[in-house]
Design a binder for this molecule. Structure first.
Ligand code: PLP
Length: 378
Protein backbone atom coordinates (compact mmCIF):
# COMPACT_ATOMS: atom_id res chain seq x y z
CA UNK A 1 0.00 0.00 0.00
CA UNK A 2 2.85 2.40 0.70
CA UNK A 3 3.60 2.23 -3.05
CA UNK A 4 0.50 4.31 -3.57
CA UNK A 5 2.36 7.45 -2.45
CA UNK A 6 4.73 7.50 -5.43
CA UNK A 7 2.14 7.18 -8.19
CA UNK A 8 -0.01 9.83 -9.83
CA UNK A 9 -3.78 10.05 -9.38
CA UNK A 10 -4.61 8.08 -12.53
CA UNK A 11 -2.28 5.22 -11.71
CA UNK A 12 -3.57 5.03 -8.16
CA UNK A 13 -7.20 5.17 -9.28
CA UNK A 14 -6.97 2.31 -11.79
CA UNK A 15 -5.06 0.09 -9.32
CA UNK A 16 -6.70 1.14 -6.07
CA UNK A 17 -7.43 -1.72 -3.71
CA UNK A 18 -6.73 -4.51 -6.19
CA UNK A 19 -5.37 -7.71 -4.68
CA UNK A 20 -2.11 -9.29 -5.86
CA UNK A 21 -2.81 -11.05 -9.18
CA UNK A 22 -3.72 -14.73 -8.84
CA UNK A 23 -3.58 -17.07 -11.84
CA UNK A 24 -7.06 -17.75 -13.28
CA UNK A 25 -8.66 -15.19 -10.98
CA UNK A 26 -10.20 -11.88 -12.16
CA UNK A 27 -8.38 -8.60 -11.56
CA UNK A 28 -11.17 -7.37 -9.30
CA UNK A 29 -12.80 -10.38 -7.63
CA UNK A 30 -16.58 -10.44 -7.97
CA UNK A 31 -18.99 -9.53 -5.17
CA UNK A 32 -19.12 -11.99 -2.28
CA UNK A 33 -22.70 -12.62 -1.18
CA UNK A 34 -22.57 -14.09 2.28
CA UNK A 35 -24.56 -13.69 5.48
CA UNK A 36 -22.11 -15.95 7.31
CA UNK A 37 -18.82 -17.71 6.62
CA UNK A 38 -17.61 -21.21 7.47
CA UNK A 39 -16.33 -20.86 10.99
CA UNK A 40 -15.32 -24.02 12.83
CA UNK A 41 -13.83 -23.59 16.30
CA UNK A 42 -13.15 -20.22 17.91
CA UNK A 43 -14.96 -17.37 16.15
CA UNK A 44 -11.93 -15.36 15.02
CA UNK A 45 -11.94 -12.97 12.06
CA UNK A 46 -11.55 -11.59 9.55
CA UNK A 47 -14.78 -13.08 8.18
CA UNK A 48 -17.33 -14.42 10.62
CA UNK A 49 -20.73 -12.77 10.13
CA UNK A 50 -21.90 -10.55 7.29
CA UNK A 51 -22.79 -7.56 9.44
CA UNK A 52 -19.18 -7.17 10.58
CA UNK A 53 -17.04 -7.76 7.50
CA UNK A 54 -17.24 -8.74 3.87
CA UNK A 55 -14.30 -9.39 1.45
CA UNK A 56 -15.86 -7.10 -1.20
CA UNK A 57 -15.96 -4.26 1.34
CA UNK A 58 -12.38 -4.99 2.34
CA UNK A 59 -11.10 -4.39 -1.18
CA UNK A 60 -13.18 -1.22 -1.59
CA UNK A 61 -12.08 0.04 1.82
CA UNK A 62 -8.42 -0.43 0.85
CA UNK A 63 -9.04 1.37 -2.43
CA UNK A 64 -10.63 4.40 -0.77
CA UNK A 65 -7.84 4.56 1.83
CA UNK A 66 -5.24 4.59 -0.98
CA UNK A 67 -7.02 7.55 -2.59
CA UNK A 68 -7.79 9.53 0.58
CA UNK A 69 -4.45 8.86 2.29
CA UNK A 70 -1.79 7.71 -0.16
CA UNK A 71 1.28 6.36 1.60
CA UNK A 72 -0.33 6.61 5.04
CA UNK A 73 -0.41 2.95 5.94
CA UNK A 74 -2.22 3.62 9.21
CA UNK A 75 -5.28 5.04 7.41
CA UNK A 76 -8.33 2.79 7.49
CA UNK A 77 -11.68 3.09 5.78
CA UNK A 78 -15.13 1.87 6.78
CA UNK A 79 -17.80 1.76 4.08
CA UNK A 80 -21.46 2.52 4.71
CA UNK A 81 -24.65 2.08 2.67
CA UNK A 82 -25.05 5.86 2.18
CA UNK A 83 -23.33 9.13 2.91
CA UNK A 84 -25.83 9.84 5.69
CA UNK A 85 -25.05 6.49 7.32
CA UNK A 86 -21.36 7.47 7.35
CA UNK A 87 -22.06 10.96 8.72
CA UNK A 88 -24.36 9.64 11.44
CA UNK A 89 -21.84 6.95 12.36
CA UNK A 90 -19.16 9.55 13.07
CA UNK A 91 -21.38 12.01 14.92
CA UNK A 92 -23.34 9.52 17.01
CA UNK A 93 -20.32 7.38 17.86
CA UNK A 94 -18.16 10.31 19.00
CA UNK A 95 -20.59 12.60 20.81
CA UNK A 96 -22.15 12.14 24.26
CA UNK A 97 -24.79 14.02 26.22
CA UNK A 98 -23.35 17.38 27.31
CA UNK A 99 -20.82 17.56 24.46
CA UNK A 100 -20.73 20.51 22.07
CA UNK A 101 -20.62 19.99 18.30
CA UNK A 102 -20.02 22.67 15.68
CA UNK A 103 -21.73 22.17 12.32
CA UNK A 104 -21.88 24.40 9.24
CA UNK A 105 -25.19 26.26 8.81
CA UNK A 106 -24.97 25.99 5.01
CA UNK A 107 -24.11 22.32 4.56
CA UNK A 108 -25.93 19.32 3.18
CA UNK A 109 -29.69 19.63 3.55
CA UNK A 110 -30.05 16.68 5.96
CA UNK A 111 -27.70 18.26 8.53
CA UNK A 112 -30.54 20.22 10.22
CA UNK A 113 -32.29 16.88 10.83
CA UNK A 114 -29.08 15.50 12.30
CA UNK A 115 -28.88 18.59 14.46
CA UNK A 116 -32.38 17.98 15.85
CA UNK A 117 -31.45 14.40 16.68
CA UNK A 118 -28.19 15.41 18.38
CA UNK A 119 -30.08 17.99 20.44
CA UNK A 120 -32.66 15.37 21.40
CA UNK A 121 -29.76 13.42 22.94
CA UNK A 122 -28.64 16.44 24.96
CA UNK A 123 -25.75 17.43 22.70
CA UNK A 124 -25.32 21.17 22.20
CA UNK A 125 -25.05 22.14 18.54
CA UNK A 126 -23.61 25.43 17.32
CA UNK A 127 -23.58 26.45 13.69
CA UNK A 128 -21.74 29.02 11.60
CA UNK A 129 -21.26 29.64 7.88
CA UNK A 130 -18.55 27.88 5.89
CA UNK A 131 -17.28 31.13 4.32
CA UNK A 132 -14.55 33.16 6.03
CA UNK A 133 -13.75 30.28 8.43
CA UNK A 134 -16.62 31.55 10.56
CA UNK A 135 -16.74 28.27 12.49
CA UNK A 136 -13.54 29.45 14.24
CA UNK A 137 -15.62 31.86 16.31
CA UNK A 138 -17.76 29.17 17.95
CA UNK A 139 -15.12 26.51 18.69
CA UNK A 140 -14.47 27.15 22.37
CA UNK A 141 -15.44 24.12 24.43
CA UNK A 142 -16.41 22.03 21.40
CA UNK A 143 -15.73 18.30 21.21
CA UNK A 144 -16.23 17.91 17.47
CA UNK A 145 -16.02 20.25 14.47
CA UNK A 146 -17.84 19.24 11.29
CA UNK A 147 -16.59 20.93 8.11
CA UNK A 148 -18.15 20.70 4.67
CA UNK A 149 -15.95 22.26 1.99
CA UNK A 150 -16.84 23.10 -0.71
CA UNK A 151 -20.29 23.39 0.83
CA UNK A 152 -23.35 21.97 -0.89
CA UNK A 153 -25.07 23.79 -2.55
CA UNK A 154 -23.52 27.24 -1.98
CA UNK A 155 -19.92 26.22 -2.87
CA UNK A 156 -18.27 28.23 -0.13
CA UNK A 157 -14.85 27.03 0.96
CA UNK A 158 -13.06 27.18 4.31
CA UNK A 159 -9.42 26.61 5.22
CA UNK A 160 -9.27 23.02 6.49
CA UNK A 161 -5.73 23.30 7.89
CA UNK A 162 -6.43 26.52 9.74
CA UNK A 163 -9.70 25.30 11.26
CA UNK A 164 -8.14 21.97 12.19
CA UNK A 165 -5.19 23.61 13.97
CA UNK A 166 -7.55 25.85 15.94
CA UNK A 167 -9.79 22.90 16.82
CA UNK A 168 -6.92 20.65 17.89
CA UNK A 169 -5.49 23.42 20.06
CA UNK A 170 -8.81 23.26 21.96
CA UNK A 171 -8.89 19.46 22.17
CA UNK A 172 -11.63 19.27 19.53
CA UNK A 173 -11.64 16.58 16.82
CA UNK A 174 -12.40 17.42 13.19
CA UNK A 175 -14.35 15.65 10.48
CA UNK A 176 -14.49 16.90 6.88
CA UNK A 177 -17.29 16.04 4.45
CA UNK A 178 -15.25 15.45 1.27
CA UNK A 179 -18.19 14.60 -0.99
CA UNK A 180 -17.95 17.53 -3.38
CA UNK A 181 -14.19 17.46 -3.79
CA UNK A 182 -13.65 13.67 -3.91
CA UNK A 183 -10.26 12.36 -2.75
CA UNK A 184 -8.76 13.42 -6.09
CA UNK A 185 -9.81 17.00 -5.38
CA UNK A 186 -8.74 17.29 -1.75
CA UNK A 187 -7.27 15.08 0.98
CA UNK A 188 -8.52 16.23 4.39
CA UNK A 189 -6.36 13.85 6.43
CA UNK A 190 -3.19 15.39 4.95
CA UNK A 191 -4.56 18.78 5.99
CA UNK A 192 -4.80 17.54 9.57
CA UNK A 193 -8.41 16.35 9.89
CA UNK A 194 -9.18 13.33 12.07
CA UNK A 195 -11.88 12.01 9.74
CA UNK A 196 -12.57 12.28 6.02
CA UNK A 197 -16.22 11.38 5.47
CA UNK A 198 -18.15 11.34 2.21
CA UNK A 199 -21.11 10.26 0.19
CA UNK A 200 -19.83 7.90 -2.49
CA UNK A 201 -23.20 8.28 -4.19
CA UNK A 202 -22.01 11.35 -6.09
CA UNK A 203 -18.84 11.84 -8.12
CA UNK A 204 -16.78 9.16 -6.39
CA UNK A 205 -18.77 6.45 -8.16
CA UNK A 206 -20.22 8.77 -10.80
CA UNK A 207 -22.91 6.76 -12.57
CA UNK A 208 -25.98 7.61 -10.51
CA UNK A 209 -26.72 3.93 -9.92
CA UNK A 210 -25.88 3.34 -6.27
CA UNK A 211 -25.70 4.89 -2.81
CA UNK A 212 -22.56 4.61 -0.70
CA UNK A 213 -20.75 6.33 2.15
CA UNK A 214 -17.37 6.04 3.81
CA UNK A 215 -15.31 7.16 6.79
CA UNK A 216 -11.49 7.28 6.74
CA UNK A 217 -9.22 7.95 9.70
CA UNK A 218 -5.65 7.29 10.85
CA UNK A 219 -6.75 7.14 14.49
CA UNK A 220 -7.49 3.54 15.41
CA UNK A 221 -9.24 4.56 18.64
CA UNK A 222 -11.67 6.89 16.88
CA UNK A 223 -12.34 4.29 14.20
CA UNK A 224 -13.07 1.56 16.73
CA UNK A 225 -16.05 3.59 17.93
CA UNK A 226 -17.26 4.14 14.35
CA UNK A 227 -16.93 0.42 13.59
CA UNK A 228 -18.88 -0.40 16.73
CA UNK A 229 -21.58 2.04 15.62
CA UNK A 230 -21.78 0.37 12.20
CA UNK A 231 -22.37 -2.94 13.96
CA UNK A 232 -24.98 -1.57 16.37
CA UNK A 233 -26.87 0.30 13.65
CA UNK A 234 -26.42 -2.56 11.21
CA UNK A 235 -25.62 0.07 8.59
CA UNK A 236 -24.01 -2.23 6.05
CA UNK A 237 -23.30 -1.97 2.34
CA UNK A 238 -24.65 -4.50 -0.13
CA UNK A 239 -21.85 -6.50 -1.79
CA UNK A 240 -23.15 -5.62 -5.26
CA UNK A 241 -23.02 -1.89 -4.49
CA UNK A 242 -19.54 -2.25 -2.99
CA UNK A 243 -18.29 -4.06 -6.07
CA UNK A 244 -19.88 -1.59 -8.51
CA UNK A 245 -18.35 1.26 -6.54
CA UNK A 246 -14.91 -0.31 -6.69
CA UNK A 247 -15.21 -0.87 -10.42
CA UNK A 248 -16.21 2.77 -10.85
CA UNK A 249 -13.12 4.05 -9.02
CA UNK A 250 -10.91 2.95 -11.94
CA UNK A 251 -12.25 5.87 -13.99
CA UNK A 252 -12.35 8.44 -11.21
CA UNK A 253 -9.39 10.46 -12.46
CA UNK A 254 -10.75 10.54 -16.02
CA UNK A 255 -14.18 11.62 -14.82
CA UNK A 256 -12.84 14.14 -12.31
CA UNK A 257 -10.58 15.81 -14.88
CA UNK A 258 -13.23 15.91 -17.57
CA UNK A 259 -16.06 17.01 -15.29
CA UNK A 260 -14.06 19.76 -13.62
CA UNK A 261 -12.96 21.05 -17.04
CA UNK A 262 -16.61 21.01 -18.15
CA UNK A 263 -17.76 22.75 -14.98
CA UNK A 264 -15.20 25.50 -15.55
CA UNK A 265 -16.32 25.87 -19.18
CA UNK A 266 -19.97 26.18 -18.11
CA UNK A 267 -19.05 28.67 -15.37
CA UNK A 268 -17.02 30.78 -17.83
CA UNK A 269 -19.94 30.78 -20.26
CA UNK A 270 -22.44 31.78 -17.55
CA UNK A 271 -20.21 34.62 -16.44
CA UNK A 272 -21.03 36.59 -19.54
CA UNK A 273 -24.81 36.35 -19.11
CA UNK A 274 -26.71 39.29 -17.60
CA UNK A 275 -29.58 37.14 -16.25
CA UNK A 276 -27.17 35.04 -14.17
CA UNK A 277 -26.40 36.20 -10.62
CA UNK A 278 -24.59 34.66 -7.69
CA UNK A 279 -22.43 32.49 -9.94
CA UNK A 280 -20.13 30.27 -7.88
CA UNK A 281 -17.41 27.82 -8.91
CA UNK A 282 -14.29 27.52 -6.77
CA UNK A 283 -12.19 26.97 -9.91
CA UNK A 284 -13.07 30.40 -11.36
CA UNK A 285 -10.06 32.65 -10.68
CA UNK A 286 -12.29 35.50 -9.49
CA UNK A 287 -14.57 33.36 -7.30
CA UNK A 288 -14.49 34.49 -3.63
CA UNK A 289 -13.50 30.92 -2.65
CA UNK A 290 -10.74 30.52 -5.23
CA UNK A 291 -7.79 31.62 -3.14
CA UNK A 292 -8.40 29.21 -0.26
CA UNK A 293 -9.57 26.48 -2.64
CA UNK A 294 -6.38 26.71 -4.68
CA UNK A 295 -4.32 26.15 -1.51
CA UNK A 296 -6.02 22.90 -0.56
CA UNK A 297 -7.73 21.52 -3.68
CA UNK A 298 -6.20 19.91 -6.76
CA UNK A 299 -9.46 19.78 -8.74
CA UNK A 300 -12.45 22.01 -8.11
CA UNK A 301 -15.28 19.57 -8.65
CA UNK A 302 -18.16 19.32 -11.07
CA UNK A 303 -20.79 21.52 -9.39
CA UNK A 304 -21.56 25.09 -10.47
CA UNK A 305 -24.22 27.16 -8.67
CA UNK A 306 -26.02 30.25 -9.90
CA UNK A 307 -29.36 32.00 -9.79
CA UNK A 308 -31.80 33.02 -12.49
CA UNK A 309 -34.13 35.95 -11.81
CA UNK A 310 -37.25 33.95 -10.93
CA UNK A 311 -38.47 30.49 -10.14
CA UNK A 312 -40.39 30.41 -13.45
CA UNK A 313 -37.29 31.36 -15.42
CA UNK A 314 -35.24 28.65 -13.71
CA UNK A 315 -37.96 26.06 -14.42
CA UNK A 316 -38.12 27.09 -18.09
CA UNK A 317 -34.32 26.89 -18.32
CA UNK A 318 -34.26 23.38 -16.85
CA UNK A 319 -37.06 22.33 -19.23
CA UNK A 320 -35.21 23.67 -22.24
CA UNK A 321 -31.96 21.78 -21.54
CA UNK A 322 -31.51 18.71 -23.74
CA UNK A 323 -28.20 17.30 -22.50
CA UNK A 324 -28.83 18.00 -18.82
CA UNK A 325 -31.35 15.96 -16.86
CA UNK A 326 -33.54 17.70 -14.31
CA UNK A 327 -32.57 15.55 -11.35
CA UNK A 328 -31.18 15.86 -7.87
CA UNK A 329 -27.81 14.57 -6.69
CA UNK A 330 -24.65 15.41 -8.65
CA UNK A 331 -21.34 14.04 -9.88
CA UNK A 332 -22.62 11.65 -12.55
CA UNK A 333 -21.15 11.23 -16.04
CA UNK A 334 -24.40 12.67 -17.45
CA UNK A 335 -24.97 16.31 -16.55
CA UNK A 336 -27.83 17.07 -14.17
CA UNK A 337 -29.27 20.25 -12.74
CA UNK A 338 -32.10 21.21 -10.47
CA UNK A 339 -33.83 24.18 -8.93
CA UNK A 340 -32.60 23.57 -5.45
CA UNK A 341 -35.36 25.55 -3.74
CA UNK A 342 -37.93 22.94 -4.72
CA UNK A 343 -36.85 20.82 -1.72
CA UNK A 344 -37.30 23.62 0.79
CA UNK A 345 -34.26 22.62 2.89
CA UNK A 346 -31.62 25.13 1.72
CA UNK A 347 -31.54 28.87 2.26
CA UNK A 348 -31.31 29.69 -1.45
CA UNK A 349 -33.19 32.04 -3.79
CA UNK A 350 -36.17 30.66 -5.75
CA UNK A 351 -34.24 30.80 -9.01
CA UNK A 352 -31.14 29.06 -7.60
CA UNK A 353 -29.81 26.28 -9.84
CA UNK A 354 -27.31 23.63 -8.79
CA UNK A 355 -25.66 22.40 -11.97
CA UNK A 356 -23.54 19.24 -12.12
CA UNK A 357 -21.29 18.98 -15.17
CA UNK A 358 -21.00 15.49 -16.63
CA UNK A 359 -18.48 14.02 -19.04
CA UNK A 360 -20.06 15.25 -22.30
CA UNK A 361 -18.00 17.28 -24.79
CA UNK A 362 -17.57 20.74 -23.33
CA UNK A 363 -18.66 22.46 -26.56
CA UNK A 364 -21.92 20.49 -26.68
CA UNK A 365 -22.64 21.16 -23.02
CA UNK A 366 -21.93 24.88 -23.17
CA UNK A 367 -24.00 25.24 -26.37
CA UNK A 368 -26.92 23.45 -24.70
CA UNK A 369 -26.74 25.70 -21.63
CA UNK A 370 -26.56 28.92 -23.68
CA UNK A 371 -29.40 27.82 -25.96
CA UNK A 372 -31.58 26.91 -22.95
CA UNK A 373 -30.85 30.32 -21.42
CA UNK A 374 -31.93 32.02 -24.64
CA UNK A 375 -35.06 29.91 -25.04
CA UNK A 376 -36.11 30.42 -21.43
CA UNK A 377 -35.86 34.21 -21.68
CA UNK A 378 -39.35 34.70 -23.22
C1 PLP B 1 -25.40 13.77 -0.89
C2 PLP B 1 -24.59 14.29 0.21
C3 PLP B 1 -24.60 13.66 1.46
C4 PLP B 1 -25.49 12.48 1.76
O1 PLP B 1 -25.12 11.34 1.02
P1 PLP B 1 -26.16 10.16 0.67
O2 PLP B 1 -25.29 9.17 -0.01
O3 PLP B 1 -27.21 10.76 -0.21
O4 PLP B 1 -26.72 9.67 1.96
C5 PLP B 1 -23.79 14.18 2.45
N1 PLP B 1 -23.01 15.26 2.25
C6 PLP B 1 -22.98 15.90 1.06
C7 PLP B 1 -22.11 17.09 0.90
C8 PLP B 1 -23.77 15.44 0.02
O5 PLP B 1 -23.75 16.09 -1.15
Amino acid sequence: MSDSAVFGDGTRAVRAGLPEPVKHEPTLPGPVFAAHYHLPGDPTGPYTYGRDENPTWTLLERAIAELEAPGQDDAETLVFPSGMAAISAVLFSQLRTGDVAVLPNDGYQALPLVREQLEAYGIEVRTAPTADNAQLDVLDGAKLLWIETPSNPGLDVCDIRRLTEAAHARGCIVAVDNTLATPLGQRPLELGADFAVASGTKQLTGHGDLLLGYVVSRDAGLLTAVRRWRKIAGAITGPMEAWLAHRSLATLHLRADRQSANALAVAEALKGRPEVTGLRYPGLPDDPAHKVASQQMRRYGCVVSFSLPTRARADRFLDALRLVDDATSFGGVRSTAERRGRWGGDAVPDGFVRFSAGAEDADDLVADVLRALDESAG
